[in-house]
Design a protein around this ligand. Structure first.
Ligand SMILES: Cc1ncc(COP(=O)(O)O)c(C=O)c1O
Length: 450
């Protein structure tokens, strides 16, 4: 039993990630969740909240399950963790075997970490190391896209495209260059930007291209040509293609992996968040065997991490993959995504809406200033005014979602969402759009005065 209230303890001792204290404690957004059940979370006051974006895209199979914790506990009781050097556990073996079977193309070798950020650091180090081991000593640069996010490490922060936000950490890792992301209408031009930057920087200096299938900041969905052309350019110049599947991997996109929607096989894939469906911190860097085979006995592995491949967390991951496969969750995500899109068709006509886009069971409403029709998806400019307001307004409707991209209203419920819950979502979207339509002009005016 806690002697102080959750909020008192948090205010004194807990540093909650990336949330302004004014939001948490003055505007009353702080919550301690004490119970989860399917798509719902109950806080310490007994109030229930709908898990609007699957706990930051971690919990596609919902809360309060028995099967995944049982797999975790079974492995933990036998041997929780064997340390990652020299030894392993049955849980880690089962997870690696399942990933190899499910991964796109010939990707079949997994290095386990505890988070997407660490898997990203591993991929960046691997890319440089791979080229050096092959005698290509000058390939140290990374190309990625403005507006992307690739984790919180110094390498991940450097390849992420959020320069205004990252100014506190300068100087960034040398050798990280950025190109604009596709905007949904300029696929070939956006892909050719990769070729241009490779040519301008010097092809012999580029190690890898790093990208999410669809970047969350704009949620601009490329057509069939973008990723195909990016793959072709990477092959032409000997540049490794790294797909960051942290948000899209594990069925969300309607395919097992997001990049499969574009029929492209990357050289390296980052898998995180949903890998154990939110029940354990486990993530992976998955590569083609050729990359692994390039490592002689004398070369260290790209990372060594005490909890990289923690046995019980890996067993939870293996169980989650078993469920995704058994229940054909990619098809479920696609079918429910279509159904929800149909229920939200009214949104397209709302004056506060510019567009509604969908990939699998992830929908994003691009908000507009109802007075001018101007898009509020200004994330690439480093603005962040409308995004926090969406989360605040949602919480007031008993829907929990941390952090929205600027001007985008993301809707990504657990894949187990029911038809009744989809109707509930549609009702909340109607209320939200009416409210956002009213507050957007005022928020923009206040932004100008700041
Ligand atoms: C696309 C992407 N890559 C990497 C990461 C980092 O993953 P983690 O938070 O598990 O370190 C995130 C986290 O949100 C992400 O969205």
């Amino acid at each position: 039993m806690l002697e102080q209230s959750p909020q008192q303890i948090a205010e004194r001792h807990l540093w909650i990630h990336d949330s302004p204290r004014s939001d948490l404690y003055e505007r009353g957004m702080f919550r301690t969740f004490v119970q989860g059940d399917g798509c719902w979370l109950t806080d310490s006051n007994g109030e229930r909240f709908f898990d609007w974006c699957s706990s930051m895209w971690q919990a596609p199979l919902g809360h309060g399950r028995e099967d995944i914790p049982a797999a975790f506990a079974a492995q933990a009781r036998k041997v929780a963790s064997a340390g990652p050097i020299c030894f392993t556990t049955e849980g880690a073996l089962e997870l690696a075997e399942r990933i190899a079977r499910l991964a796109p193309g010939d990707l079949n070798r997994t290095l386990l970490t505890s988070s997407g950020s660490e898997a990203t650091e591993a991929a960046l180090k691997l890319a440089r190391q791979y080229h050096r081991l092959r005698g290509d000593h000058h390939r140290y640069k990374f190309v990625s896209r403005y507006g992307s996010y690739h984790g919180t490490g110094m390498g991940g922060t450097s390849v992420s495209g959020r320069r205004r936000r990252d100014q506190y950490y300068y100087p960034m890792l040398p050798g990280c260059v950025h190109i604009p992301p596709p905007n949904g209408q300029n696929d070939l031009e956006a892909a050719e930007a990769l070729r241009n930057i490779i040519e301008m920087e010097g092809p012999e200096t580029i190690a890898a291209f790093f990208g999410e299938p669809v970047a969350i900041t704009q949620f601009a969905i490329p057509g069939p040509a973008y990723w195909q052309r990016v793959r072709q350019i990477c092959d032409e110049y000997g540049v490794l293609l790294i797909a960051d599947e942290t948000l899209f991997g594990c069925c969300r996109s309607g395919r097992f992996w997001g990049i499969e929607n574009w029929d492209v096989v990357p050289d390296i894939m980052i898998v995180a968040k949903s890998l154990a469906a939110g029940y354990a911190p486990i993530a992976a860097m998955v590569v083609r065997d050729e990359l692994y085979q390039a490592f002689p006995d004398s070369a260290p592995s790209p990372i060594v991490q005490s909890y990289g491949g923690h046995g019980a967390a890996a067993a939870a991951g293996a169980k989650a993959l078993e469920i995704y496969e058994r229940d054909n969750m990619p098809a479920v995500a696609e079918a429910k995504g279509r159904q929800l899109e149909a229920k939200l068709a009214f949104a397209r006509k709302h004056p506060a809406v510019k567009d509604l886009r969908r990939v699998g069971l992830w929908l994003a409403i691009e908000l507009a200033n109802p007075e001018t029709g101007e898009s509020m998806a200004r994330g690439l400019m480093g603005k962040w005014t409308i995004g926090p307001e969406v989360s605040r307004q949602l919480l007031a409707l008993n829907c929990a979602a941390a952090r929205m991209s600027e001007g985008l209203f993301h809707i990504a419920p657990p894949l187990i969402v029911s038809e009744t819950e989809m109707d509930f979502i549609a009702e909340q979207v109607q209320t939200m759009l009416d409210r956002m339509g009213q507050v957007i002009p005022g928020l923009l005016a206040a932004e100008k005065k700041r």
